[in-house]
Design a binder for this molecule. Structure first.
Ligand SMILES: *[C@@H]1O[C@H](CO)[C@@H](O)[C@H](O)[C@H]1NC(C)=O
Ligand SMILES: *[C@@H]1O[C@H](CO)[C@@H](O)[C@H](O)[C@H]1NC(C)=O
Length: 163
């Protein structure tokens, strides 16, 4: 456990040092963040369904990942709901399915896609990795999805750790 956390942190730090956009935190917290073109992992989303009415569009999907998709990550299996008019992070629903393990949480957000007819769906999984609760990890990525699809995958391209 401890060794894998050290490995995760050093992997993030090494990747971050080489990546553009690497930022150091303030004196009160340190941040390592690494973005990659080659994903760390892929999350599978199923049951994607969009519904639009004069009041606006809504969508929901299931998304899951096994424990350890990156070192130290807990498993999750949740249902996310998007309100297209509100382009901010919203907590996914832990009830009904297995939920997010280890006190972690999953959030999703809809924003404008790079072209018409697609929806950009971002997903973030946030968990605490040090036993004293000091380090918060955040794995995230996004997919551009056609409303007709029911299944899509989200490449995890961003990993950050805040101590
Ligand atoms: C997917 O989500 C639906 C609700 O939208 C839920 O009823 C169902 O159990 C979930 N299925 C799986 C395989 O997670
Ligand atoms: C997780 O990372 C994403 C991508 O960098 C960011 O937009 C989001 O605000 C982060 N969430 C939390 C809770 O830190």
């Amino acid at each position: 456990m401890h060794a894998s956390l050290v490995a995760l942190v050093s992997t993030v730090a090494a990747a971050a040092a080489a990546a553009p956009g690497y930022s150091h935190g303030s004196s009160s917290s340190s941040l390592t963040a690494a973005a990659r073109d080659t994903p760390y992992a892929e999350w599978l989303a199923t049951h994607f369904a969009e519904s639009c009415s004069p009041g606006g569009c809504f969508a929901s999907f299931n998304i899951s990942a096994p424990a350890g998709y990156v070192a130290g990550a807990p498993a999750f299996d949740v249902i996310c709901h998007l309100v297209y008019a509100r382009q901010d992070w919203r907590d996914c629903d832990n009830s009904g399915v297995q939920g997010a393990a280890g006190g972690s949480r999953v959030q999703s957000m809809k924003t404008d896609a790079s072209r018409r007819g697609l929806v950009r769906i971002s997903v973030a999984h946030i968990w605490t990795s040090l036993e004293d609760g000091r380090q918060r990890d955040n794995a995230s990525g996004f997919a551009e999805v056609d409303a007709g699809w029911s299944v899509f995958s989200v490449p995890v391209t961003m990993l950050s750790a805040v101590l």
